[in-house]
Design a protein around this ligand. Structure first.
Ligand code: COA
Length: 202
């Protein structure tokens, strides 16, 4: 199966960031913040040590959908990572071919030392531009625990719409059954915002 992220001209540069595909060598840099309680509180796994993190991070399926975000300074520190998981949209069988790899789920983690400056927003906007640009996707989604306010506020900053509030659908490792939110953005919504020159960048 073709890797949709291969169609992108890497690295992707934004005003303040450089975004590239993750490699084996990024396991160490991502561990520096992935090991922090405030980062892993809301994300799917909490590896006990760097070896466990490296093994999960470098799993070929996971690595293929992972991007790292560097600050575009001379030192180029890794300040976060993104997931772009391209999937098939749901379709009736007769049209299933047209729905293949037309949707993506996005995910993100930011080193808290770099929080509060809009870096995650800038990185996620770039990921959305990739999804609706070279990847030619139809729809982009993101999911989070309803209690993860920094994450859903980020979804709203980048113009995503809340589509679902699910009741106690997700089991948290220490907080028990929690509500979830699903946010989404369509290509046509993204393009019409661009066309109108609407200020969705604030
Ligand atoms: C979710 C997460 C990435 C959000 O981080 P963040 O620092 O709030 O996001 P940004 O980098 O976009 O910064 C936005 C903040 O910077 C401020 N800001 C400053 N300059 C800015 C700019 N140029 N552009 C946008 N925002 C800017 C914003 O006002 C906002 O602050 P506020 O929350 O006080 O209003 C981070 O909390 C995180 O990594 N959490 C742990 C992992 C996680 O939960 N992942 C998602 C699982 S679903």
């Amino acid at each position: 199966v073709e890797d949709p992220l291969d169609t992108v001209d890497w690295p992707v540069r934004t005003e303040r960031l450089v975004i590239r595909r993750a490699t084996f060598a990024d396991a160490g840099a991502t561990w520096t913040y992935r090991q922090l309680e405030e980062v892993c509180r809301w994300i799917p796994s909490h590896p006990r040590d760097v070896a466990a993190h490296a093994s999960a991070f470098t799993d070929p399926v996971s690595l293929a959908m992972s991007l790292v975000v560097e600050l575009a300074t001379e030192e180029r520190p890794v300040i976060g990572d993104l997931m772009v998981r391209v999937t098939d949209a749901w379709a009736q069988r007769e049209v299933a071919e047209q729905a293949r790899q037309r949707q993506a789920e996005l995910g993100w983690s930011l080193h808290p030392a770099y929080g509060g400056r809009g870096y995650a927003t800038e990185a996620v906007r770039a990921a959305i531009d990739l999804c609706f640009g070279p990847l030619e996707l139809h729809r982009v989604i993101a999911e989070c625990f309803a209690d993860n306010e920094p994450s859903w506020r980020l979804m709203e900053r980048v113009g995503m719409r809340r589509e679902a509030h699910t009741r106690q659908d997700s089991l948290h490792r220490s907080l028990g059954w929690l509500d979830g939110y699903t946010y989404a953005l369509l290509a046509e919504e993204h393009h019409s915002k661009e066309c109108l020159g609407e200020d969705h960048r604030s």
